[in-house]
Design a binder for this molecule. Structure first.
Ligand SMILES: Cc1cc2nc3c(=O)[nH]c(=O)nc-3n(C[C@H](O)[C@H](O)[C@H](O)COP(=O)(O)OP(=O)(O)OC[C@H]3O[C@@H](n4cnc5c(N)ncnc54)[C@H](O)[C@@H]3O)c2cc1C
Length: 301
């Protein structure tokens, strides 16, 4: 969001057209994970299986078709055969684990594309509230995290009782850099130091614990020139008639959750015989933080 937009909104409220400035939004009582859990319930209820903790390590192809994947499971490597394959694993990883191996130019393209990682650090507090805000972006170069939020502000079910709250700080980083290399203990201590000593949001005696969660390859990096290697990989994947790519990492497109789910739904419809071009999802050059609504449509989102 631009500063000009913020100033304009302060004078004449934008009434929901600027997504970052909306006053209210719906959020699942038990958190964002409920979207996945409810979809999983529906999948299992219709007699299907979801295999968690099964990392795909090989994608076996024959001619223009994928015939099987090999996944690492608790019980060892397992080969799973199928008629259709839909991939949401990082596109670069997919290109590297195809068997027979992808051509050298595709493997080089997979090396050229990079992702940014994220580490979220959750600091649990004996305190009722730190801030009434939805998100806070932190632009100070001395502060190592870039954004923070207070889950209790989204749903009171995010804390055990009203006596408590928590802050989640987001560290954007890359494999091998000084942030990614920090231990969980260092990350929690760093976050507490910033929140207490630099920002004055909390006092140290309010802290009752903390933990960190690492998400490798969370953001496709749109480095100048990324389009060419991306086109090379997609051109290669397109050759396989029963393989579709979906999601954010799967397509190397900066998709949000709604786009990611939409690509999954359309891929499923394609399996059922419909013809949808998944490339068209989130292809508009519209800036995500501003909604352009047709005349007469209510602007609440
Ligand atoms: C900090 C943060 C905040 C965000 N906030 C919002 C928001 O407010 N609104 C919004 O709409 N979107 C938000 N997003 C974006 C949203 O989370 C993503 O767009 C969405 O999760 C992408 O869905 P996906 O299915 O492509 O990937 P994911 O949900 O990440 O699923 C990919 C899955 O593939 C698994 N995987 C990876 N490799 C393998 C392998 N080899 N074998 C098997 N499985 C594998 C991963 O473990 C993961 O579970 C946010 C993202 C981040 C990181």
């Amino acid at each position: 969001m631009s500063l000009v937009t913020a100033i304009k909104d302060a004078i004449i409220p934008s009434n929901g057209k600027v997504v970052s400035l909306i006053d209210e939004f719906m959020y699942p009582r038990f958190g964002f994970g409920r979207f996945s859990e409810r979809m999983a319930d529906a999948i299992v209820a219709t007699g299907n299986q979801i295999r968690l903790g099964a990392g795909v390590e090989r994608v076996h192809c024959r001619g223009d078709r994928v015939v099987a994947v090999t996944a690492a499971t608790d019980r060892g490597a397992e080969r799973i055969e199928a008629d259709h394959f839909i991939s949401s694993i990082p596109l670069t990883l997919l290109a590297k684990i195809m068997e027979p191996a992808a051509p050298p130019e595709v493997l080089a393209a997979a090396e050229a594309l990079t992702f940014r990682n994220i580490i979220t650090v959750n600091v649990m507090l004996r305190k009722r509230q730190v801030t009434p805000d939805t998100w806070l972006y932190v632009h100070d170069r001395k502060i190592l995290f870039g954004r923070l939020h207070e889950p209790k502000n989204w749903s009171s079910a995010m804390v055990p009782s009203d006596e408590f709250t928590s802050i989640v700080a987001e560290y954007f980083c890359s494999f091998g850099d000084s942030i990614w290399n920090m231990s969980e203990e260092q990350l929690v201590e760093q976050t507490v130091r910033h929140l207490a000593d630099d920002l004055g949001f909390i006092t140290r005696d309010e802290v009752i614990g903390g933990f960190a969660i690492r998400a490798p390859r969370a953001y496709p990096a749109y480095v100048i020139g990324y389009e060419r290697p991306l086109a090379t990989i997609k051109g290669f994947i397109d050759r396989f008639e029963n393989l579709q790519i979906i999601g954010r990492y799967g397509t190397f497109r900066y998709n949000n959750t709604d786009h990611s789910i939409e690509t999954g739904l359309l891929a499923a419809k394609n399996v059922l015989g419909e013809r949808h071009d998944l490339e068209l999802v989130n292809a508009a050059k519209e800036y995500h933080e501003i909604k352009h609504l047709p005349h007469g449509v209510p602007s609440r989102t």
